[in-house]
Write a protein that binds this ligand. Structure first.
Ligand SMILES: NC(=O)c1ccc[n+]([C@@H]2O[C@H](COP(=O)([O-])OP(=O)(O)OC[C@H]3O[C@@H](n4cnc5c(N)ncnc54)[C@H](O)[C@@H]3O)[C@@H](O)[C@H]2O)c1
Length: 319
């Protein structure tokens, strides 16, 4: 049986994710969007590229969730993206309504799927999807850390003039201005960057990583990043479908890890065909712990808005 991945939201991130997944031949893909014709057109265009890519991937675009039935993984990118001057948090109310519609349909048609949440504000949307789906925490995963750490890796590699293949990086915490890049756990060829770069340079790269999304929004003016986000999602989907036990930074529901309970935060996770196989806890310095807690406070304030909103319209009412 070939794996099946549904991508809800066929805009920039959704379509680019489909492209990365199709190009690697990982799974058959169903693209969904509310705009009639968009998933069909993009899906057909991508299907017609498969003879060149030499991949026997089936790609379908649809408005009908019946076509998504029994997906192994459902990636949710539906929603609005930010424009210059907006923070990710400004998207909360609009995207929460969309999440409510989408998650109900997804759960009904793919009750055993693993959800990869992408819509922003990421940690709050993952939390909403967790509440709306009733899925265990293993099967609701937010994408942010793979992207944020890829940005950090790209900047480190550029600075050191080394191959990106030799650079690893870790970014923890929420997917917002309070994210916590960890230089101590970032390395080139296994050597911690703290031994290769001075602290001022590291701080500059950390700040650029923190505002990496905004830097692209500023250039694009009409939307936000999608190539690197799509690649990050595809990496997570591959880790899940091929049960690779990859350790990747994901937004996961914390149940006491890092001293936090009931919030989605970016932490290192082992990903397998079960979804989140394990949340790994690493020792943080006092300063890092304070930064993580600060990030948790920012995430909590949005989770409270989600709770408040869901309390007005019970979870079971998602349609
Ligand atoms: N987590 C991350 O790291 C990350 C990275 C990039 C973008 N994002 C977020 O991903 C989301 C999508 O970004 P984008 O650039 O693709 O935006 P986009 O506007 O290009 O695409 C969003 C698509 O969602 C569709 N949509 C809206 N409501 C829907 C519904 N109810 N059902 C199905 N589809 C629906 C829209 O029609 C549109 O085609 C945004 O919220 C953005 O902020 C997150």
């Amino acid at each position: 049986m070939r794996n099946k991945v549904t991508i809800v939201g066929s805009g920039n991130v959704g379509a680019t994710t489909a492209h990365w997944i199709a190009a690697s031949g990982l799974a058959d893909i169903v693209l969904v969007d509310v705009i009639d014709g968009v998933p069909q057109g993009k899906g057909l265009d991508l299907l017609e590229a498969m003879p060149i890519a030499r991949k026997d991937v089936i790609i379908q675009g649809t408005q009908d969730y019946a076509d998504t039935a029994d997906s192994d993984v459902v990636v949710i990118t539906a929603g609005v993206a930010r424009k210059p001057g907006m923070s990710r948090d400004d998207l909360l109310n609009t995207n929460l309504k969309i999440m409510r519609d989408v998650v109900g349909e997804v759960v009904r048609h793919s009750p055993m799927s693993i959800l990869v949440i992408v819509s922003n504000p990421l940690d709050a949307m993952a939390y909403a999807a967790y509440k709306l789906s009733g899925f265990p925490r293993e099967r609701v995963i937010g994408m942010a850390g793979v992207l944020d750490s890829a940005r950090f890796r790209a900047f480190i590699a550029q600075e050191l003039k080394v191959s990106v293949a030799d650079v690893t990086a870790f970014v923890l915490g929420g997917h917002g201005d309070s994210m916590v890049p960890l230089p101590r756990y970032s390395s080139a060829g296994g050597i911690p960057i703290t031994e290769l770069l001075d602290s001022e340079t590291i701080e500059r790269l950390v700040q650029r990583t923190r505002s990496g999304g905004a830097e692209i929004v500023k250039y694009l003016k009409t939307g936000s990043a999608f190539y690197a986000p799509g690649a990050a999602i595809a990496e997570m989907v591959e880790a899940i479908l091929q049960s690779r036990n990859r350790i990747l930074p994901c937004a996961a529901l914390l149940q006491g890890e890092y001293g936090i309970r009931g919030l989605f935060m970016g932490v290192p996770c082992k990903l397998s065909s079960n979804g989140i196989e394990q949340v790994l806890e690493i020792k943080l310095t006092e300063q890092e712990r304070a930064a993580f807690q600060n990030s948790a406070n920012a995430v909590k304030s949005l989770a409270d808005v989600v709770d408040e909103s869901l309390s007005h319209a019970p979870v079971g009412s998602a349609s």
